[in-house]
Structure formats: structure tokens, C-alpha cells
Design a protein around this ligand. Structure first.
Ligand SMILES: [Zn+2]
Length: 310
């Protein structure tokens, strides 16, 4: 089997004001970096309202839809903007990651990567924030649980920012183990180690500014990987942000592309042990275009190697 890739040109309809770090060029850089890879390529379908409603209330969906401007931008948070095509783009992100879950669980691909935008892990139950509108990965986890009937889904969020939205959306969900590593202090200021969820099913691992890939490897080895192993997930989802790279302009960790390779290998090892290698990874942050492209390629190279072995 191999690795699937779900994305869609509609993601380019999500525009931000000039100079905003979450720009169309990010997805173009990732797409270019993966262009020569032998992947099962799919257009991301539109996400359904039923899928969104597992995480966000009807009133919030209506509020976002109503906020979409006819032209220009609507600001819905300090640093989150909507353009005329943003709702369509956001639906591709939700649909892409849910379709990737469908495909991987059906055995149609070993694993999958879903580069779309806007990203999702900062979107809370009824709040758009941090460039995010809907909680794509949390929605995909609920889809795997409620639609496919899984009982244990693990999420690894290695974006340099805490996945406060995913944490909020799944705070009361005992069937999901959510593990996030993130620089702290840093936006959005949540993610302290004592935030453990309603069922002690959340692992927050704050990392010091200036920390290295070696620090990351030690933290994952000590805290995150053993707990995922003990949880024995039936599916692993990844919130794959690449902004912990040393060149990223929005944070101060010093990871390299090789560190993302190592981390992806560790996650795939756990997936091999517990769930036939089933991993679905969705793009979150990463704002230095060269680093983003190199790290996404490193990440997908591992997924592809591991998928090919299955
Ligand atoms: Zn981030």
C-alpha cells in the first residue's frame, strides 16, 4: 500500500491580508515539495455539516458563514481573517481529513497526509482564533469514533503552538488521547502540564524557548510516546505543524527537518504496533516557506516509506 494525499485548489480561496504569515504560498510550497513523490492523490471533498456539528454548534457555523465578506476581508479574531472563499476552503480541510480517515480505515491507503488551509488546531468550540476556523483534526477524530465506531484515537500535535482548540473540543472526550508539545510561553498561552482533560486523557508537554531537537526527542521519549503506547490507539492523527523548525519566524525552537523525520518515525512505530500503521496527518502551521517545504517532505517521506512496507 502507499500514502494518500488529500488537498484542493479551493484552499487558495482562503486569502489573508498582505504580509500575513498564513498565506497561500505556504500550501504552494508544500505541494511543490511533494510534487515528484509517488502518492495516491485525491481532491479533498467538502466537509459535511454533520461532521462539523460533532465539534462546533450550529450557531457557530452560522456565525462564520454570516461573517464571510462579499469582498476583501472580515476579521473574526485578532489575527484570523475570512475572505469570500474562506468557508469553501475550510470545508475542504474538514472534508480532506475525514476522507483520509475513511480511506485509511478502509485499507485503501496505509496512511495519509492532508495539506490544506486554513489550519484548525486553535479553533475552539465557538471561537475562531490563531488563523483557524474549524477544528479539522478534532472533527476527524470524532468522525473516526462516531461514524466508524472506533473507541481509541490518539492525536499527536507537534505544532510549536499549543493545540488549544483541539484540547477544548475534546476536553470531555474519553476516547481520544490528545498529546501536544509546544513552546511555552508562547501563543496561545495554554498547554501547561497540569491541563489533563476531564478524563486525564490529555498530555501537555511545554518546551522552553531555544530548545533543540534533542530536547524534543527526550520529551517525547519520556512523556508522550509511552503514554500513546499504553493507550493502544486504533488510529493516530497528527496535527502536523512545522513551525518548531529553527528558521520559523513565529517561534523559537530549534528543530531540524531530521527531527521531524525522527518524530514521524516514532509515531509510525506506535501505529505499526497498535493499528496496522494507520496514521492520518493534517497540516497546521509552518511559516518559513523553505523550512515548511523541507519538513513536510521529510514527514511525508517517512509516511511513504512506512506505508510502502505494509
Ligand atoms: Zn503553530
Amino acid at each position: 500500500m502507499t500514502t494518500a494525499l488529500f488537498t484542493h485548489p479551493d484552499c487558495d480561496l482562503h486569502k489573508e491580508p498582505a504580509g500575513h504569515p498564513e498565506q497561500s504560498a505556504r500550501l504552494a510550497a508544500v505541494t511543490y515539495a511533494l510534487a515528484d513523490m509517488d502518492l495516491l492523490r485525491f481532491d479533498a471533498p467538502l466537509g459535511t455539516e454533520a461532521a462539523i456539528l460533532r465539534c462546533h454548534p450550529t450557531a457557530y457555523i452560522a456565525r462564520i458563514r454570516a461573517a464571510i465578506p462579499a469582498q476583501g476581508w472580515a476579521q473574526v479574531d485578532g489575527d484570523t481573517y475570512l475572505a469570500p472563499g474562506s468557508f469553501q476552503a475550510a470545508l475542504r480541510g474538514i472534508g480532506g481529513v475525514c476522507a483520509a480517515v475513511d480511506l485509511v480505515l478502509s485499507g485503501g491507503a496505509a496512511n495519509a497526509f492532508v495539506p490544506t488551509r486554513p489550519p484548525g488546531h486553535h479553533a475552539e468550540t465557538d471561537t475562531a482564533m490563531g488563523f483557524c476556523v474549524f477544528g479539522n483534526v478534532a472533527i476527524a477524530a470524532k468522525h473516526a469514533l462516531d461514524h466508524h465506531g472506533l473507541t481509541r484515537v490518539a492525536i499527536v500535535d507537534f505544532d510549536v503552538h499549543h493545540g488549544n482548540g483541539t484540547q477544548d473540543l475534546l476536553w470531555n472526550e474519553p476516547r481520544v488521547l490528545f498529546a501536544s508539545s509546544h513552546q511555552m510561553p508562547l501563543y496561545p498561552s495554554t498547554g501547561a502540564a497540569h491541563e489533563v482533560g476531564a478524563h486525564h486523557q490529555m498530555i501537555n508537554v511545554p518546551l522552553r524557548a531555544g530548545g533543540t531537537g534533542a530536547d524534543m526527542r527526550a520529551a517525547y521519549t519520556a512523556h508522550i510516546l509511552p503514554q500513546i503506547d499504553a493507550f493502544a490507539p486504533e488510529l493516530i492523527l497528527i496535527s502536523a505543524g512545522f513551525d518548531a523548525h529553527r528558521d520559523d519566524p513565529l517561534a523559537n525552537l530549534n528543530w531540524s527537518a531530521a527531527d521531524f523525520t525522527w518524530l514521524t518515525q516514532q509515531i509510525c512505530d506506535l501505529a505499526d504496533r497498535h493499528c496496522a500503521g494507520r496514521v492520518v496527518s493534517a497540516l497546521e502551521g509552518g511559516y518559513d516557506l523553505d523550512a515548511l517545504a523541507a519538513c513536510a517532505a521529510a514527514h511525508v517521506t517517512v509516511l511513504k516509506e512506512r506505508g510502502h512496507d505494509r
